[in-house]
Design a protein around this ligand. Sequence first.
Ligand code: NAD
Length: 304
Amino acid sequence: MSELRFDGQVIVVTGAGGGLGKAYALFFGSRGASVVVNDLGGSFKGEGNSTKAADVVVDEIKAAGGKAVANYDSVENGDRIIETAIQNYGRIDVLLNNAGILRDISFKNMKDQDWDLIINVHVKGSYKCARAAWPYFRKQKYGRVINTASAAGLFGSFGQCNYSAAKLAMVGFTETLAKEGAKYNIHANVIAPIAASRMTQTVMPPDILENLKPDWVVPLVAVLVHKDSDENGAIYEVGGGHIAKLRWERASGLLLKADDSYTPGAILKRWPEISNFRDADHPTGVADFMGLLEKSMKMGPNDK
Ligand code: NAD
């Protein structure tokens, strides 16, 4: 990682008081960027707050000769976090939406409060920060955003219904930001990381955690937010030395005549075709429904 530098750039890292966020902040602080170290300083369940978490990281960056400033707001007040960047450094180039909490509980026992808190921090928090940064990005025709999803969002995870919903929301959010930002040179990508942190220390054995340093998520993020990167709207799984891109896959599917003969029985008869992935494609948009409808209209009645 000797090559990439971020001199003159201003990088906002949310939830930078510990875990992955701290690793991002220290890295970018050592590579020439001015870093806004945001952290509310609460527990991993989202209780309490303290200025210490962010202050310790700011001190560490400064002690190493870097530039950093603390912000203690919740990401739900993202406009204040971006304001810290503007007031102190006059610009913002990169936003790392990383802050997060957990409220794990089975769906049967989930309370509205567990649901709302998770959605507010992850979804609304990422929205508020990106929304506040967006006008600056557009004006300067440059911006980089990383949103943070999770395997729990992509694949589901027992006891994490609230968190899964919030984390998959990050994928849709990113894909739309990527589309809207493209012509302004604003790139948004989303990662599903895995790393040792206070979030994972209770669910993974110590010997595994030892080999999952947050530092091993940082290099991919550095590549993605660098000014030379063209990557936009991509989903990555990253951790423990592994990096892989993920994408949607769509089966070639079944096309039936859309008339009275389009019945459950007609579908059941050719059911396997719906999930035949032999000639699958990897879409970045919806199927061409108008084209398919036209084709369907020209077909003969379905054999029920
Ligand atoms: P962590 O608990 O070490 O770090 C999260 C940080 O966010 C904490 O310092 C916390 O104080 C801060 N924070 C929480 N709520 C906040 C708020 N409202 N405003 C500002 N700061 C707030 O956990 P981590 O593992 O480093 O997680 C970082 C991100 O990565 C999270 O979004 C998490 O969901 C995601 N993630 C982590 C893993 C993993 O394996 N560690 C896996 C998948 C996703």
